[in-house]
Design a protein around this ligand. Structure first.
Ligand code: C2E
Ligand code: MG
Ligand code: MG
Length: 764
């Protein structure tokens, strides 16, 4: 059987109940009218009984109608039941009407029969219009009303009655078939309406679903038109950009985007369909920079025309953070935050190559905390951890920003110190000092929790670069040296090479002693006369001497270099300048020193590079009362070249006072003529090595000739240093060098002896 779909039944039921009220009421009124009309011709009891039956059924039907409107229409799963209840009420009502042809039919009055038929036909016809939505209802209603009449007429078995019966049947047939058609139309209508409701529902569901996806997507989504104007965006996009919907909607991205790469990706998507951007995006509308990935894709509304596009934005922050975290864990020690072994070895490799390239030395320190195991075992691992953190933080504070400290594991740490000096000796001596200080710093007491702890460290040192040795070798050497330090009784500093160890130890020793020598008056000045060819005194060079109480005379070549490395040079230079100026003043007062005689002091590059150089010279001259015209300053060619540009200004200021500058050891450096011309110089001192080789080397002869010629061209005086023989003297004299300093005339002499030379005014 073709079952009517539930939704159609429901609609039919709704229509039936909707138009039920009036027909029921009309039916009761029509029944009352019929009863009134037939009142004279029919038994009153029958009439009243019939009417009461109909009224009762009608009342029940009205009750069903009211129940439907309050519950039934919402009871979507039970519409067939309500339909059935309606049909039963309807059929019973029709049957009561039909039964009238046997109970109250006016058999003896033709006029009443006419009225009766009119009411019955009227009832039947009236039922059609209200019952058409359900064919079952209309067909049953007509059948139950009209068939009893047909039967009644057939029972008369008279021709007129048969004719009437046929007419009523015809009326039934026509009305039922008409109702069938109307019913089909109504059904189609219902179906069409249902379809459109369903379509709307589906559309609404898909719209809601789309909105739901759009709003709750874990990616930022943005829709824009073909001009790049934002049409819509979701919550995630607003969150990523740190902006608001009001600010974003309507914003023209082509006009406002600042990031050129992002703008390019958008333009590309509009012109060719797709665009991609990856990088940090600083929001134009919010103050937020977010690492993002952006995919642009255009939307076409016809085959060619672009209606705009969508853009998907992925927030990379978490990914980037986790990448960074992974990277951090791969390269850093989680406990102390210092670089780990891997990162450190990379760094060390780079530093070794850099040192090789730039010709300087660096050092690797391998540190191990003495007795760390005892701390760990006796106080627990958490105290041990705290101790390691403390060591790491002291290390980080101690080193310069260009150096790197790392934790190699356990209680072992490493540090790289770079650019320590251009010779391994200098580097060794410097790193020795640094290691001493570091040892002191790490060994000072500390508080962990409520405990006071103190432990020493053993330090192994290896210098680099070394005979093409790589990272592993240097690390192994420092490690070996560290074990040697442990074996030597802990709290020690050991170099990998014993020679380095000795040199560093010696230098450290000398620098400590030199500091004391300065305080304890172990330093004094000697003076080496400078004369003309006849031995007449032109001036003298003050030369520093250190007489060590145990080691005897220590040559300046040794201790000046150490003083320069250990930062003592400033103080020593000050001492020399002051001592020389005091002598100048004294000899001048005693009229031993003539106005044109010069006492020269040697000034190291470190001294002249100091910002206080000029003020110190001025102050010393002032305080000692020495005449600047009697003071000469010797600067080696090397220090002139390596000192910064402001040296010219400094020299000018000092020279303006009357102090004469000479270039010491001239010929050993590579100063250009132009540079020399820019300096306020008075004298060139030809280096001893050229003078001494005049006899043996032709090249040196040429060089000496050139220096003398150059000095003459620059308008400078020339002094030849280290003149030891008459032959050298004659040669120099023949070339135009008129002032000499050297053993030929006099060695550097003590003050008392020099005073005698001053008194005589010449060397005999
Ligand atoms: P310098 O300035 O070139 O000093 C000349 C050096 O040559 C002196 O050595 C001197 O004794 C030596 N000498 C002079 N004539 C002859 C000679 O005929 N034959 C030989 N073989 N040597 C001769 P000294 O005193 O040992 O000084 C060495 C260097 O130490 C000096 O070279 C200078 O650069 C440095 N120096 C000495 N005193 C001072 C000072 O007070 N300050 C600074 N910055 N450097 C100083
Ligand atoms: Mg000198
Ligand atoms: Mg010299």
């Amino acid at each position: 059987m073709d079952r009517t779909p539930e939704n159609i039944v429901a609609e039919q039921t709704r229509l039936l109940f909707a138009s039920a009220l009036l027909p029921i009421v009309v039916s009761v009124l029509a029944a009352a009218l019929l009863v009134v009309t037939l009142w004279t011709g029919i038994d009153h009891r029958l009439l009243l009984g019939w009417f009461l039956a109909l009224a009762l059924v009608s009342a029940l039907r009205l009750r069903i109608v009211s129940q439907y409107s309050s519950q039934g229409r919402h009871d979507s799963g039970n519409q067939e039941y309500w339909h059935l209840r309606f049909l039963i009420g309807n059929y019973i009502s029709a049957l009561i009407w039909g039964s009238s042809s046997f109970i109250i039919f006016p058999e003896h009055s033709l006029s009443l029969q006419i009225v009766y038929f009119m009411v019955m036909v009227g009832m039947a016809a009236g039922g059609v219009s209200s019952l058409c939505p359900s064919f079952r209802a209309v067909a049953g209603f007509l059948t139950f009303i009209l068939f009893p009449i047909i039967l009644k007429l057939l029972l008369y078995m008279t021709l007129p009655a048969l004719l009437k019966a046929f007419l009523v049947f015809l009326f039934w047939y026509v009305t039922v078939s008409g109702s069938k058609k109307i019913n089909l139309n109504i059904r189609e209508n219902i179906e069409l309406r249902q379809q459109s409701i369903n379509r709307e529902k589906i559309l609404k569901i898909s719209e809601v679903r789309y909105r739901h996806i759009f709003s709750n997507a874990p990616l930022g989504i943005l829709q824009y038109d073909s001009d790049g104007r934002i049409l819509d965006c979701n919550e995630e996009l607003i969150r990523i950009l740190g902006s608001s919907r009001e600010r974003l909607i309507g914003m023209n991205m082509l006009a406002t985007l600042q990031n050129q790469d992002l703008l390019e990706a958008l333009r590309k998507s509009i012109s060719s369909g797709e665009g991609y951007f990856e990088g940090d995006y600083s929001s134009v509308t919010g103050n937020k920079t977010t690492p993002v990935r952006v995919f642009f894709k255009t939307i076409h509304h016809s085959e060619k025309a672009v209606s705009g596009g969508i853009c998907i934005v992925e927030d990379f922050t978490e990914k980037k953070e986790s990448e960074q975290l992974i990277k951090y864990h791969a390269s850093y020690d989680t406990l102390t935050g210092l670089p780990n072994r891997r990162l450190f070895l990379d760094y060390l490799g780079g530093e070794i190559s850099r040192a090789e390239r730039h010709d300087y030395f660096g050092a690797l320190l391998y540190l191990d905390i003495d007795n760390f195991k005892t701390i760990n075992d006796s106080l627990g691992h958490s105290v041990g951890d705290e101790y390691l953190i403390m060591v790491a933080s002291r290390l980080s504070e101690f080193i310069r920003k260009e150096d790197v400290a790392a934790r190699m594991g356990g209680d072992e740490f490493t540090v790289v110190f770079t650019e320590l000096g251009s010779s391994s000796q200098i580097a060794a001596s410097k790193v020795r000092n640094i290691a001493e200080e570091l040892n002191l710093c790490l060994s000072s007491p500390c508080k962990i929790g409520s405990r006071d702890l103190q432990s020493t460290v053993s330090i192994g040192i290896s210098l680099f670069p070394k005979d093409n040795r790589g990272v592993d070798d240097i690390l192994k050497q420092a490690d070996t040296a560290m074990y040697r330090a442990k074996a030597a009784g802990r709290n020690e500093i050991c170099f990998f090479l014993p020679s380095m160890q000795e040199a560093a130890d010696e230098k450290l020793h000398i620098s400590t002693e030199l500091r004391q020598a300065l305080k304890q008056d172990e330093l004094y000045l000697c003076f080496q006369p400078q004369t003309d060819i006849s031995g007449n005194l032109i001036g003298a060079e003050a030369l520093l001497r250190w007489y060590h109480p145990e080691k005897g005379m220590i040559p300046p070549d040794v201790f000046i270099a150490i003083a320069e490395e250990t930062g003592l040079m400033q103080d020593i230079g000050q001492w020399v300048l002051r001592a020389a100026c005091l002598r100048i003043r004294d000899w001048k007062d005693k009229r031993l020193l003539k106005n044109d005689q010069t006492i020269s002091v040697n000034i190291s590059g470190i001294e002249i590079a100091s910002p206080d150089f000029v003020s110190q010279v001025l102050r010393t001259l002032e305080k000692t009362g020495a005449s600047p015209h009697n003071l000469g300053i010797e600067l080696t060619e090397g220090s002139l070249i390596s000192t910064g540009k402001d040296i010219v200004g400094k020299m000018m200021k000092v020279q303006e006072l009357g102090v004469k500058f000479s270039v010491d050891d001239f010929g050993t450096g590579y100063s250009s003529l132009n540079y020399l011309r820019s300096l306020p110089l008075h004298t060139l001192k030809i280096d001893r090595s050229f003078v001494n080789d005049i006899n043996s080397s032709k090249d040196n002869v040429v060089l000496v000739d050139t220096i003398i010629m150059m000095a003459r061209n620059l308008g400078l005086d020339v002094i030849a240093e280290g003149v030891e023989t008459e032959q050298e003297l004659r040669y120099l004299n023949s070339k135009g060098c008129l002032v000499y300093q050297g053993f030929y005339f006099s060695k550097p002499v003590k003050e008392e002896l020099f005073v005698q030379i001053l008194e005589r005014g010449r060397i005999d």
